[in-house]
Ligand binder design. Structure first.
Ligand SMILES: C[S@@+](CC[C@H](N)C(=O)[O-])C[C@H]1O[C@@H](n2cnc3c(N)ncnc32)[C@H](O)[C@@H]1O
Length: 209
């Protein structure tokens, strides 16, 4: 479906993900800069197909890491002559993602920004078609509030890890319930959980300004 050079980079990052999961299972410590925690392949493919179906031209990703999900989103945006803006708060992640995007030759269709997404999002000018959230779940409510201001009606916010959130946040699992309450009771959105395992992806459409 995708050009070979893109598939090759995706496969190498998928191998890395498998190794990372194995190390985690064995209780090995992985330094933060080496943790990628990329989404599973079928979720990446879903992002690609959704962005393609929506003919999305303006996509924001919060949480770039090594750029695995960024590659899926950018492959779809490139086909529409659109652009992905992807933000990560860690410089080493932006460096690694830049290298990976270069290998796919998709780099002209993506802007990788180092910074806190809460600050970066204010500066965006184009109405967004898709916002993909894959960062600290404690920030998701703030991200969603900010994203809704920038999203067009009919635009989609995708929030990763809504199902495994309580496992990730064992010390403060209540944030997961608060997040779902916020989304489900928001008057300007309509939302559904897509049960990708183990993550769970919340798909939230803006239905009113
Ligand atoms: C789970 S990883 C993203 C994985 C990536 N989306 C993928 O599937 O390939 C989460 C990333 O969010 C970044 N992050 C956390 N808080 C952030 C914030 N406030 N603004 C931007 N990035 C943030 C972390 O540095 C980390 O690299």
């Amino acid at each position: 479906m995708l050009p070979k050079k893109i598939e090759r980079v995706l496969s190498s990052l998928e191998n890395y993900r498998e190794e990372e999961i194995q190390k985690e299972t064995l209780g090995e410590d992985i330094p933060k800069e080496d943790q990628s925690l990329a989404i599973p392949r079928e979720e990446g493919k879903f992002l690609y197909l959704l962005a393609k179906a929506m003919k999305a031209k303006h996509i924001l990703e919060i949480g770039t890491s090594f750029g695995y999900s960024t590659i899926w989103l950018t492959a779809a945006a490139e086909e529409q002559e659109g652009k992905v803006i992807s933000v990560d708060i860690l410089p080493e992640k932006i460096i690694q993602a830049t290298e990976n995007l270069k290998k796919t030759r998709l780099e002209d269709s993506v802007e990788l920004i180092l910074g806190d997404a809460k600050e970066v999002i204010h500066k965006l000018v184009n109405p967004l078609d898709i916002v993909f959230l894959d960062a600290d779940k404690r920030d998701y409510i703030d991200f969603i509030k900010l994203a809704l201001k920038k999203l067009r009606i009919g635009g989609i916010i995708l929030s990763d890890n809504v199902l495994d959130c309580p496992d990730i946040h064992k010390e403060d699992p209540e944030i997961c319930e608060e997040l779902m309450d916020f989304i489900r009771n928001h008057p300007k959105v309509s939302s559904v959980t897509i049960p990708f395992l183990p993550n769970g992806l919340e798909m939230t459409m803006k239905i009113a300004d």
